[in-house]
Design a protein. Structure first.
Length: 151
C-alpha cells in the first residue's frame, strides 16, 4: 500500500514539474524593433523606423527573440520584391524597452552617419554612406506566431 502511494506521489510530482518546465521557456511579448540592410556592392544602407511589434515571442530564460531569422527574412523579401535588390544583408535589432532600442539605433547610426557637431583635430577618413530611411508606411514587421513551431 505504501509503495502505491510513493509511486502515485512520484507521478504527480513528475507531471507537475514537467508542466511547469514546458510553460516557462516561451512567452509572447511587446517588442520594439528596427531593421538594417546593407550591401557589399554599394554604399547605400537602409534603416527602418523603430516599430512596436505586438505578439513577438521571447525566450524567458535567454531573453532572446524567437524567430528572429523570420523577421530579417521579411525585410529581405521586401528588398527582393519592392526594390529589386535581392543581395542585401538584413539584420533586426530588438528590445523590450523603447529607450534601449533607441540607444542601439543611435550607436549603429554613429558608424554610418558622420557627426558634424564634433570637431576633431585628426584627419577624418570618412567614407560617405547613402542612408535611406524606411517609414512604417513603406515596410512594417509582422509578428511571427511561434506557438505552432514549439509543439
Amino acid at each position: 500500500m505504501n509503495f502505491l502511494r510513493y509511486i502515485t506521489l512520484a507521478c504527480m510530482l513528475t507531471l507537475a514539474f514537467t508542466c511547469e518546465v514546458m510553460a516557462k521557456p516561451i512567452k509572447p511579448a511587446h517588442v520594439y524593433m528596427f531593421g538594417f540592410s546593407a550591401s557589399f556592392t554599394d554604399s547605400t544602407i537602409y534603416v527602418t523606423d523603430i516599430q512596436d511589434v505586438q505578439g513577438a515571442w521571447i525566450d524567458s530564460k535567454t531573453k532572446f527573440l524567437l524567430g528572429r531569422d523570420n523577421y530579417s527574412y521579411q525585410l529581405k523579401e521586401y528588398f527582393t520584391e519592392k526594390i529589386q535588390q535581392p543581395n542585401r544583408i538584413c539584420m533586426v535589432f530588438f528590445a523590450t524597452n523603447k529607450r534601449k532600442i533607441e540607444k542601439a539605433m543611435k550607436k549603429l547610426m554613429k558608424k554610418y552617419v558622420p557627426d558634424t557637431k564634433k570637431k576633431k583635430k585628426k584627419k577624418q577618413t570618412w567614407r560617405p554612406y547613402d542612408v535611406n530611411y524606411l517609414t512604417s508606411a513603406d515596410f512594417k514587421f509582422e509578428a511571427i506566431d511561434m506557438s505552432e513551431e514549439q509543439k
